[in-house]
Design a protein around this ligand. Sequence first.
Ligand code: ZN
Length: 370
Amino acid sequence: MTLGNALLDGQAVDITLRDGLIADVAPHGPCAPDIDAHGLSVYPGLRNMHCHAPMVLFRGLGDDQPLDRWLNDYIWPAERELTDRRVYEGTLQACREMLAGGITFFNDMYFRLPAMARAVEESGIRARLGLNVFGDADELDDPAIRALLGQSSANVAYSIAPHSVYTVSERGLLRSAEACRDLGLPMHIHMSETLKEVDDCLRLHGCRPWELLERIGILDMLGSNIIAAHCLHLSDREVELIGRHGITCVHCPNSNLKLGSGYRFPLLELLQAGAKVALGTDGAASSNNLDLLEAMKTSALLQKGWRGDPTVVPAGQALAIATQDHTIAPGQPADLFLAPARSTSDLVYATHGESVALTLVGGRVVHSRL
Ligand SMILES: [Zn+2]
């Protein structure tokens, strides 16, 4: 398949896709493309690195409440009523919303994973589905769950997702990490989201959340195979620990702002220390939409705002974070989207997810407004 006359970094190009990959990128010339991208720019697919896809079912539930009340009084009671069918329906809706906004991969954390996997495959998006565990993580002893987590396809892979240090015991955290090590999977966890989480950890464990993971041995065990959402309230020592282990920290600016959790995500400090930084929407119950272009703009503006420095996180860096440094180049997966932006600046500061014209995953059209 060919995409003709698309703008790539301002240059008109023709892109040939073959076997799910980008086969060739050439200056635009006479051709009869399968898709005429005239007037549209092409970008690597966005990667939503922290999500709870089925929570589109709870959009607007418990708006404007603090995190602990929002979870205890609204979200967790509603989740107890969920069925496989509802989780499948919610995931499918979320996948379609994400594809329509240029997202080609999402990193999730939830439960009823087989129902989620069915929806992911049906939609054509790619995902890594994290098994959410709480308490002592007893479900990790279940051979059927271990067998599921060991599977993968072109579109679906798995991780283990202990919810947080305030909902999972030390034993549960250690078992999760050991299962990740044994199965060769990443760990996906919420970390340092609120000041209350840090204060409670200090009171209960005598140390800060990242120091707890260090003490249990998880940082040395998994290193860069940890993906941590939020990471808003970090000491200098925690930033150093995260950086030394090459951990990925996911900024979810809209969710953090709406829940009043904080806004000083230490993006530059984490990068300087050696950590990786990614971008997430979080679930649609806390961010209300799954628009990663919106999150990209909010994230960049917040850095400029709280630091009082408009030069930090320029548009190109914001896009690199949102795509995890993927590029449009031969040999790369044909996961990309087209949008009516004339430049990267246009995309980051002036484009909404609903403007995305076309999304391809593995060379297959999975969303089109053309
Ligand atoms: Zn979350």
